[in-house]
Ligand binder design. Structure first.
Ligand code: CO
Length: 217
């Protein structure tokens, strides 16, 4: 096991390396952040936002929680969303789920005690909504619920007053739904990008049909 002192040593080496590659990097970063992206992902240690998409500090604003849940009642996620859209004026919000998600599996297996159980209530609701269409083997169910969860959490983003208000004000904000595979390191676009309220529902419905249809192919 690494000692905590090792982490500080790593940090000093990292900061030195960054400065060497790009002199003045931190001084410039300290002045302002102007990220174009807001990443809402799972807290899973295997899904580090910046690394996966090759972005530097300052380039992506990040919120992570168990199961990449976007709950309108969650002050943490919603204040991050508001800050990202209104203050940082990001152009893209991506909800990024991942296969092999323990939070999703807990919902499928009915293991949701304590605070995590309460937290996952919106995912449980999604599962219950589509359970009848999700028969099949447990691995496929797990995969499908990971996908469905991304689509529905992305919908929660574009249904939010923050995004609706931004659109009404003529601002360009696109909401995306991606899924990451921890087994090959690759991101997949679930094709639920929504940039206006006009076709949002249709895009969502198509994506869900595709996910539910995929199980029988
Ligand atoms: Co997860």
């Amino acid at each position: 096991m690494r000692l905590l002192s090792d982490l500080f040593q790593n940090n000093r080496e990292w900061a030195r390396g960054m400065e060497q590659r790009s002199p003045g990097f931190f001084a410039k970063l300290a002045e302002q952040q102007t990220p174009e992206y807001f990443w809402i992902g799972c807290a899973d240690s295997r899904v580090p936002a910046n690394e996966i998409v090759g972005l530097m500090p300052g380039e992506v604003f990040v919120h992570r929680n168990v199961g990449n849940v976007v709950n309108p009642l969650d002050p943490n996620c919603m204040s991050c969303l508001q800050y990202a859209v209104e203050v940082l004026q990001v152009k893209h919000v991506m909800v990024v789920g991942h296969y092999g998600c323990g939070g999703i599996r807990a919902v499928l297996e009915g293991q949701y005690r304590g605070r995590v159980g309460e937290w996952l209530a919106p995912v449980r609701a999604i599962y219950q909504k589509y359970a009848a269409s999700l028969d099949g083997d447990p691995q496929q169910q797990w995969k499908a619920l990971c996908d469905l969860n991304v689509v529905e959490q992305a919908a929660a983003v574009w249904q939010s007053s923050v995004v609706r208000d931004a659109w009404a004000a003529g601002r360009q904000v696109a909401v995306h739904g991606w899924i990451y595979s921890v087994s090959d390191g690759l991101l997949r676009d679930l094709n639920v990008t929504v940039a206006s309220s006009t076709d949002a529902e249709e895009i969502r419905r198509k994506a869900i049909d595709e996910i539910l249809g995929a199980r029988s192919r």
